[in-house]
Design a protein around this ligand. Structure first.
Ligand SMILES: Nc1nc2c(c(=O)[nH]1)N[C@H]1C(S)=C(S)[C@@H](COP(=O)(O)O)O[C@H]1N2
Ligand SMILES: [Mo]
Length: 450
């Protein structure tokens, strides 16, 4: 559930306002105001490059404000010459630039059935940016990485709240040394905005956003796998088909790396009414490390498909815009679909595999439209309402994050119990005698009976 802008401004902390914090575009969907979790609306898929103020934001704890004069990048671990670099020193290395999609692994989570805890992203936890910086390989060579090096661990200036684990992510040496893997200090020709990792972030083209560590301060070259929470427990998915809703054995879980191939229909939108006559179906498509080669569009429930016209702007890791002309033969209801293919011959699934964290949603999208006499956009659903948080819930649950982190969820009793216990583990104070009252409230307002 998105919060209203008014509520959003009310929850902006004074610190954020003081810190030269910039407003996102007015139509961004605020999934969380604190920490900042902003989604781009479907209307944002109308340009090849996503402008900074429309670029989605995903932040686990908060946005640190970094003083560039004091900021240093430290490179240590399995290296012969540990480094401490200022931004000017870093900029002595050759400058490189590349356009790449950045997509959160959780993009599309809200579409999974059974529903899952986590930010309820629809289509817009993704953007296509032009990134400039230096090659990570050049930094690692300067530090003299040793033959024992296996992976590269990143840490940023954000520090955890409570007893939550620190957000640290590692990528294998091979990806780290790839000529396209970068440390970026610019986004779309501007210094990186604070929300996107000022002054430096990782660019792991083709890989999900969790590897793109923001506010980078530390690089550790390692000879063995890092087993912190965000590598060992979070950002994992099953290696094979699992029973939806059932627990999955940890041994079957593997880290999220590459993005899948995916297309989004940006227009028309679900429930739109179209006047009879020619119409345009358009959107974008992207695909990990292999470029999009073709997008097929169906306007008849998937019975027949026609190739869409691809936009001229392209780059290996970028998204490709596409459009298809369509003249419905008669008034009535139609289901539109788009299916992308990449150069490696892969395509989107017709049935989504379920996974316990709701990652990598990429099934062929279906958009139902009505063709008839009058054109118009669907009515937006009334904003959902809920009974105010009781004192006990406020005391236990508000502080680390805003209410939206909770009000956006639709969970069963066991799922809410798990969330409350997880939050206790991260430092929420929940008195044993209050637990069931808290769970009852959460279930009554943001619950599902299943
Ligand atoms: N230090 C740090 N880096 C981070 C995160 C974070 O919370 N802390 N979030 C990650 C996740 S999950 C994603 S999807 C991307 C989002 O990047 P953006 O906010 O610039 O869109 O940043 C990644 N890098
Ligand atoms: Mo993410």
């Amino acid at each position: 559930m998105a919060v209203s802008r008014r509520h959003f401004f009310q929850t902006l902390s004074a610190a954020a306002l003081a810190g030269g914090w910039r407003l996102p575009a007015a139509d961004m969907i605020i999934r969380g105001a604190r920490p900042e979790d902003f989604e781009m609306p479907l209307s944002g898929f109308d340009s090849w490059i996503t402008p900074n103020e429309r670029f989605f934001v995903r932040t686990h704890v908060y946005t640190p404000s970094v003083d560039l004069a004091a900021w240093r990048l430290r490179v240590e671990g399995e290296v012969s010459a540990p480094l401490t670099l200022s931004m000017n020193e870093l900029k002595q290395l050759p400058r490189v630039e590349l356009v790449s999609v950045l997509e959160c692994a959780g993009n599309g989570r809200s579409f999974y059935q059974p529903t899952l805890a986590g930010l309820q992203w629809q289509h817009g936890a993704v953007g296509n940016g032009r990134w400039a910086g230096v090659r990570l390989a050049d930094v690692l060579k300067k530090a003299g990485y040793k033959a024992s090096a296996k992976e590269v661990l990143f840490n940023g200036a954000d520090v955890p709240i409570g007893t939550m684990p620190d957000f640290q992510r590692a990528i294998p040496l091979e990806k780290a040394l790839h000529a396209d893997t970068m440390l970026a200090f610019e986004m779309n020709g501007q210094p990186l905005p604070a929300s996107h990792g000022f002054p430096l972030r990782v660019i792991a083209p083709g890989w999900a956003g969790d590897s793109w560590v923001k506010w980078l301060t530390h690089i550790e070259v390692r000879d063995k796998e890092f087993d912190g929470f965000f590598m060992k427990t979070a950002y994992r998915r099953p290696v094979r088909t699992v029973t939806p809703g059932a627990p999955v054995d940890a041994s079957l879980m593997t880290p999220v790396t590459l993005l899948g191939i995916k297309s989004v229909i940006a227009s028309p939108v679900e429930g739109q009414m179209l006047a009879e006559g020619p119409a345009t179906v358009r959107g974008v498509a992207w695909s990990g490390e292999s470029p999009v080669a073709r997008v097929d569009v169906s306007t008849d429930n998937g019975r027949t498909w026609q190739p869409a016209k691809l936009g001229t702007d392209q780059a290996r890791y970028a998204w490709r815009m596409w459009e298809a002309q369509w003249t419905p033969r008669q008034a009535g209801s139609y289901v539109l679909m788009a299916r992308a293919f990449n150069r490696a011959g892969e395509t989107q699934p017709l049935v989504q595999e379920w996974n316990p964290s709701g990652y990598l949603w990429n099934v062929v999208q279906q958009v139902r439209v009505e063709v008839g006499a009058k054109a118009g956009l669907p009515q937006s659903p009334p904003p959902s309402t809920y009974a105010p948080f009781p004192e006990k819930v406020k005391t236990s649950c508000i502080g680390c994050h805003g209410e939206e982190m909770i009000t956006g969820q639709r969970l069963t009793r066991p799922q809410w119990e798990r969330e409350v216990d997880k939050m206790k583990g991260w430092g929420a104070s929940v008195k044993p005698e209050d637990r069931s009252e808290i769970v009852d409230y959460l279930l009554s307002q943001f619950g599902l009976k299943r």
